[in-house]
Design a protein around this ligand. Structure first.
Ligand code: ATP
Ligand code: MG
Length: 349
């Protein structure tokens, strides 16, 4: 029996609830296919920060290094800890220290779920560059608060990072329907985005089986609404990927369905899997949190660990349950709660 070491970080608010619930079907899927998940839970959260002054201990990253995967709920509790502190104290260091440069987010409608669009046949995989670009944090402000104030924020794109995320995009397209949409704004931004376009063109001949189309971010945003069925794999920079994946979440039925993986495709470090949503203080403790995004993230984790059948089985169970509206949480018109929905998914296995 294969035994995987999983670091579980439930975090704050609904993060704690969706993790505890989603692990019921995730564990069940693994064990049905002869795999064992040995979990270690870490209470790294805003509560911990208030007690210790740190989101995670000083040796937190080294502690995580020994695990096969990290499963994270949600981190942040803006009422007591500023988001900049919680984000920079936990999530960003994990992504950065393990160089989890590809952020992967699948967008499709599960059976029975309706989004705001009439179309129901889209299946998009968004890949967001996760380490640099517009979120490099380089810049500053002068003459703060005066009429002469100037703020500068520099995007940093390296050939190394652009090339590896584009290669990953081409490779994923090859495994799916063979279409890659590369996103820039090279008509307006003449250095970074032009380099991105050039590298796209340089790599294309190595993937003759992939049809690559270059889109400007504004046009692609519109296309995700008007013709989402024409898109297969979308690869984008940190900021553009952030925006596109919120559109993706919206058209797939909301944040309750948006799953994600932060991976280093080269391996050798633990990858991190998490629902896209935050701690949702407005519904925390009410049982209304939809666990599907976390279950789906767990399916991505099983797949990445090499447990393909367990992953496919879990997604199939999910698809059987989403047809039955009453079993779902209130965000998708159901009357159920976080735990009973998670148990139904496990039963459907
Ligand atoms: P963050 O800054 O961490 O992204 P946020 O302020 O964007 O957080 P989220 O926690 O992501 O807020 O959620 C936004 C709203 O969407 C929540 O207030 C909640 O009403 C709803 N929501 C988010 N996740 C879920 C879920 N799993 N199930 C049901 N509703 C959800
Ligand atoms: Mg948010």
């Amino acid at each position: 029996m294969k035994d995987y070491k999983i670091a579980v970080i439930p975090g704050d608010g609904i993060g704690k609830e969706v993790i505890e619930a989603a692990l019921i079907p995730i564990r069940a899927a693994a064990s049905k296919h002869g795999a064992k998940l040995t979990e270690t839970s870490f209470d790294w959260s805003c509560e911990t920060y208030l007690k210790t002054g740190r989101m995670m201990p000083e040796n937190g990253i080294d502690t995580l290094r020994d695990f096969d995967s990290i499963l994270l709920g949600a981190v942040g509790w803006p009422k007591t800890v500023p988001d900049s502190v919680s984000l920079h104290g936990l999530l960003l260091p994990i992504r950065k220290q393990f160089d989890l440069y590809a952020n992967i987010r699948p967008h499709r409608l599960l059976p029975g779920i309706s989004g705001p669009l009439a179309k129901s046949d889209f299946d998009i995989l968004c890949i967001r560059e996760n380490t640099e670009g517009e979120y490099s944090g380089a810049g500053g402000r002068v003459h703060v608060g005066t009429p002469q104030e100037v703020a500068v924020e520099t995007s940093i794109f390296t050939r190394h990072s652009v090339e590896r995320i584009l290669r990953f995009g081409f490779e994923q397209a090859r495994l799916r329907r063979g279409k890659l949409a590369s996103t820039t704004k090279s008509n307006a931004q003449k250095y970074t985005m032009v380099m991105w376009d050039e590298i796209t063109e340089e790599l294309a001949p190595a993937y003759p089986d992939v049809e690559v189309t270059r889109y400007h971010i504004d046009a692609l945003s519109a296309r995700m609404i008007t013709h989402p069925e024409t898109l297969d794999v979308v690869v984008a920079s940190n900021l553009f990927g952030d925006i596109l994946t919120d559109i993706g979440a919206a058209i797939q039925g909301g944040l309750g369905f948006a799953a994600s993986a932060n991976i280093n495709p080269l391996g050798g470090v633990p990858s991190m899997f998490e629902p896209v949503h935050g701690s949702a203080p407005d519904i925390a403790g009410t049982g209304a949190a939809n666990p599907i995004a976390t279950v789906w993230s767990g399916a991505m984790m099983l797949d990445f660990l090499g447990e393909r059948e367990a992953s496919a089985d879990l997604l199939a169970a999910l698809s059987r349950i989403t047809r039955r509206t009453l079993l779902l949480t209130p965000d998708c018109g159901g009357t159920s709660n976080t735990f009973s929905l998670a148990r139904e998914i496990a039963n459907a296995l």
